[in-house]
Design a protein around this ligand. Structure first.
Ligand SMILES: *Cc1c(COP(=O)(O)O)cnc(C)c1O
Length: 379
C-alpha cells in the first residue's frame, strides 16, 4: 500500500473480516485450528504460537508503519530483544551497546547473554570515532537507541549503519522513544527496528508488548522461525490492544510533542532547574542529528535540579497530575527519579545516571493543567 502513515496505521493488515464484515480484526482467542484433511491448513494457521490472526494483523501493520517487509510481535520488548540477539548471534560474538542503554537492555546483555557466551561493550553512540574503534572482527551487532533513556542523547542512524555494514555487522535501532511516527530507522539504513510496544505504540499503559521489524525477507524468515521455536509471542488480546493503540499513534505523538515543548519552555525559565535535556533544544549536543532524522522531538523530557538528589526525590513526590511511576509513552503524564527507579540496577556501572535527574513522560492532558502541576511541585 502506497499510503500515508496514518492510513497505514489504521488499515494495513486490517481488512474487514471476510465472513462477518467486522471492521476491526477480532480477538482470536484460540490455540489450534481445524485442518481440512491432514495438513490442509486454512490461510496457513495451525497453532497460535506459530501464528494467530490477531497477531498477524498487528505484525503486518507494524511492518507497514516502519517501512519494513516483516514485523513480529512478542510478549514484551525484552522478549523481542532476546529472540533477536539469539537469532543473529552465537556464543563468542561481540555486540556494541549504548553506554546509556535502557536499563533492561543492559541487564539482558550483562546478566543473561554474557553467561551464554556473548561479549558486549558499552560505547557512546554519539561519538562515531569511538564506535569505529570499538568494532572487532567478531562484532555482529551495533545496538543503538535514539533518543536514549533517560539522558535523551542522540545517535546518527545513517552514519552508524555505514560503520556497521562496513564491519559486516547489523545495525539494530531501538525506536521505542521516537516511535515510527517520528523516526523511521529502516529508511536510514538500519537492519532491524526494536520496539517496546508497551510505550508509545500501545499508548494507554494497559499492555506489555514488544516487536521487531526488518527490511530483509531472509532475516524475517529466520526471526519468525526463532519466534516460534523460542515461544515468547504476543497473545491475541495483547496484540489487539497494541493494534488499537497504533491506530491513533500519529495524533497522540503530535500532542505529546506540543505538550513537551511547552513543558521544556517552562522548565528552562524555572530557577530550581539547572539543566533541561530535550533533543529539540538548539543547545542539545544531538540537536542537528535529531532534526535531520526525526519529524519532531518527542514527548520525553529530563531535567536536573539545583537541590541534588534530595530535591529531585521530593519533587517526584509532590506532583498530583504527573503520576509517580515507571514506564512511559501513555496518554497520562508520568514522573520518575531514574537513579532510584528505572535505572537503579545501573548504579555503579558505566550506565549510572545523575542523582539530581528527573524524567517526565509528558502525556496528552490539558497543557495548562500539566504546567500548573509542575509549577506547584517545583515550588
Ligand atoms: C521499556 C523499554 C524496553 C523494554 O520493553 P518491555 O516491554 O518493558 O520489555 C526496551 N527499550 C526501551 C527504550 C524501553 O523504554
Amino acid at each position: 500500500m502506497n499510503h500515508g502513515f496514518e492510513t497505514l496505521a489504521i488499515h494495513a493488515g486490517q481488512e474487514p473480516d471476510p465472513h462477518t464484515g467486522a471492521v476491526v480484526p477480532p480477538i482470536y482467542a484460540v490455540s489450534t485450528y481445524k485442518q481440512d484433511g491432514v495438513g490442509g491448513l486454512r490461510s496457513g494457521y495451525e497453532y497460535s504460537r506459530s501464528a494467530n490472526p490477531t497477531r498477524t494483523a498487528l505484525e503486518e501493520a507494524l511492518a507497514a508503519v516502519e517501512g519494513g517487509v516483516r514485523g513480529l510481535a512478542f510478549a514484551s520488548g525484552l522478549a523481542a530483544e532476546d529472540t533477536l540477539i539469539r537469532t543473529v548471534c552465537r556464543p563468542g560474538d561481540h555486540v556494541l551497546i549504548p553506554d546509556d542503554a535502557y536499563g533492561g537492555t543492559y541487564r539482558l546483555f550483562a546478566k543473561v547473554l554474557e553467561r551464554w557466551g556473548l561479549a558486549y561493550e558499552p560505547v557512546p553512540m554519539g561519538d562515531l570515532d569511538a564506535v569505529r574503534a570499538a568494532v572487532r572482527d567478531t562484532t555482529k551487532v551495533i545496538w543503538v537507541e535514539t533518543p536514549t533513556n533517560p539522558l535523551l542523547t542522540v545517535a546518527d542512524i545513517a552514519a552508524l549503519a555505514g560503520i556497521a555494514h562496513e564491519a559486516g555487522a547489523l545495525l539494530v535501532v531501538d525506536n521505542t522513544f521516537a516511535s515510527p511516527y517520528l523516526q523511521q530507522p529502516l529508511a536510514l539504513g538500519a537492519d532491524v527496528v526494536v520496539h517496546s510496544t508497551t510505550k508509545y505504540i500501545g499508548g494507554h499503559s494497559d499492555v506489555v508488548g514488544g516487536a521487531l521489524i526488518v527490511r530483509s525477507t531472509e532475516l524475517g524468515e529466520r526471526l519468525a522461525y526463532h519466534q516460534n521455536a523460542m515461544g515468547a509471542v504476543a497473545g491475541p488480546f495483547d496484540a489487539w490492544l497494541v493494534l488499537r493503540g497504533l491506530k491513533t499513534l500519529a495524533v497522540r505523538m503530535e500532542r505529546h510533542c506540543d505538550n513537551a515543548e511547552r513543558v521544556v519552555e517552562m522548565l528552562r525559565a524555572h530557577p530550581r532547574v539547572t539543566q533541561v535535556l530535550y533533543p529539540g533544544l538548539p543547545g542539545h549536543p544531538g540537536h542537528e542529528v535529531a532534526a535531520k532524522q526525526m519529524r519532531r522531538f518527542g514527548g520525553m523530557v529530563s531535567f536536573r535540579v539545583a537541590g541534588g538528589e534530595e530535591e529531585a526525590v521530593e519533587i517526584c513526590g509532590r506532583t498530583r497530575l504527573f503520576t509517580l511511576g515507571e514506564s512511559l509513552g501513555g496518554v497520562e503524564s508520568l514522573i520518575e527519579h531514574p537513579g532510584r527507579m528505572t535505572h537503579a540496577s545501573a548504579a555503579g556501572s558505566p550506565l549510572e545516571v545523575p542523582s539530581d535527574l528527573i524524567r517526565l513522560s509528558v502525556g496528552i492532558e490539558t497543557i495548562d493543567d500539566l504546567l500548573a502541576d509542575l509549577a506547584q511541585a517545583l515550588g
